[in-house]
Design a protein around this ligand. Structure first.
Ligand code: GLY
Ligand code: MN
Ligand code: MN
Length: 444
């Protein structure tokens, strides 16, 4: 069972229905099971929107929200109980469970959806769905609509308006409740422990996958079913590949290793990056770049509070990084001019963060009416500046080349500023070196 209370799912459904126009219906499908190869399936992950509204963990399900429907506003279609299948694949809630445990007002076998759903849509003026994100489901929805249209001569009234559900639902998902923040804190704490474990285990001669194994171990020990995204363990110049996933290179003395990894708890993501020396001690160049990224991150934290807008934090990182690169001689010229020409993008080519929630790059608009979104309590985001000096960048002195550093933490906007969820993993040079030193001493 999900850590989000049943009453909260009911509140979410009510809040969504309150925003729907009268005489409308919202229809959402569960995620399909994804095949990995032949008859092997990927670990099942529920669709985030579906999970947000239902907490229902099974595939082959559809929910319909029908504000004002006399026989119940919340209708679920799901698999029937089946002792033979349950023996092989695990328990199913069935229709009884959908009502008893998941708050459905009415539940029907998914096998009957073609007979029943057109009747629920019929007479509704507007249909809300996640149009465009699931072509197979879009097609089925149109089939149901066509069933109603084919009966128009008998007086059936097909809907006239089809509206993307995303805007309403994704705006709700952007504001995290206390229960959601609690789950995200848990995910962040488990991920922080995993990063600590990887730092402690790191030795020259191991491989990137050796550290990935430490992360996976800690995630599973913490109760996470899986990482929130493919873990990045990037040693040496691989740290300059932003979404590196190969994770099979050796860890060499003198190199840094960048780990970007976070687990998922009850479909809520965490997303942490730390960069540390394989040997346990930063070289002077590594330290200089590291501390620059760290001060950019500190400047960004200071810009995260209600009333600040989304881009303030990014702008702060750009300023600090550009100034620092000029000081170190990696960029030459006037700081303001370099910011305006975006010269920093040769070293810092991504944004300072993204919304975080059920999806690692979570939903929610970054601009409203053409203006950057103003931060409000409950919004969760990452803060992840980085500097990446390509190994073949001949415009900088050789000693800098191949250094790739990112530092990433997860925060929630509070009434006064922000809460950092991921402080359980060391961030400063001194803290990281001390942790790695202690781990080595302990293993002697
Ligand atoms: N792990 C992907 C990101 O940091 O955005
Ligand atoms: Mn991120
Ligand atoms: Mn990340």
């Amino acid at each position: 069972m999900s850590r989000i209370p049943k009453a909260e799912y009911a509140r979410r459904r009510k809040a969504l229905m309150a925003q729907m126009v009268p005489n409308s219906i919202a229809i959402l499908p569960a995620a399909a099971v994804a095949i990995r190869n032949r008859d092997v399936e990927h670990v099942y992950r529920q669709d985030s929107d579906f999970q947000y509204l239902s907490g229902f963990p099974e595939p082959e399900a559809v929910i319909a929200l029908i504000p004002g429907r006399e026989h119940g506003e919340y209708v679920m279609f799901c698999r029937e109980r089946n002792p033979e299948r349950e023996l092989w694949d695990g328990l199913r809630a069935g229709q009884e469970g959908a009502v008893r445990d998941f708050g459905a007002d009415d539940a029907f076998p998914i096998a009957d959806i073609d007979e029943i759903l057109p009747g629920l849509i019929e007479g509704r003026e507007r249909v809300y769905s996640a149009m465009g994100s699931n072509p197979e489901f879009d097609r089925r929805l149109m089939d149901w609509i066509n069933v109603i249209r084919s009966k128009a001569r008998l007086g059936a009234q097909p809907p006239n308006e089809f509206v993307a559900l995303d805007h309403l639902l994704h705006d709700m998902r952007l504001y995290k409740s206390a229960a959601e923040v609690k789950v995200m804190r848990t995910a962040a704490e488990i991920s922080a422990k995993a990063h600590v474990r990887a730092m402690q285990a790191c030795r020259p001669g191991l491989h990137e996958y050796s550290l990935e194994a430490e992360l996976d171990y800690a995630f599973r020990q913490g109760g996470a079913k899986m990482p929130a995204y493919g873990s990045i363990v990037a040693a040496g110049r691989n740290g300059c590949i932003l979404h590196y996933q190969q994770n099979d290179a050796p860890l060499k003395e003198g190199d840094l290793v960048l780990i970007d990894a976070g687990c998922e708890i009850d479909c809520y993501a965490s997303d942490i990056t730390r960069t540390f020396p394989v040997s346990g001690r930063f070289s002077p160049e590594q330290k200089a770049i590291y501390e620059l990224v760290l001060s950019a991150q500190a400047a960004a934290f200071a810009e995260i509070a209600p009333g600040k807008h989304w881009n303030h934090a990014h702008e702060a990182t750009v300023r600090v990084i550009t100034e620092g690169l000029v000081e170190l001689g990696l960029l030459k010229g006037d700081v303001q001019a370099l910011i305006e020409s975006e010269a920093y993008r040769a070293f810092y080519m991504h944004r300072a963060g993204h919304w975080l929630g059920m999806d690692v790059h979570d939903v929610g608009d970054y601009k409203v009416g053409g203006e950057w979104r103003v931060l409000e309590p409950g919004m969760a985001l990452t803060v992840e500046p980085g500097i990446y000096i390509a190994a073949d960048n001949e415009s900088v002195a050789k000693k800098w080349r191949g250094i790739g550093i990112r530092i990433e933490d997860d925060v929630v906007v509070t009434r006064q500023g922000c809460e950092i969820l991921t402080s359980g993993v060391p961030r400063t040079v001194a803290e990281i070196e001390a942790l790695m030193h202690d781990a080595r001493q302990a293993s002697l």
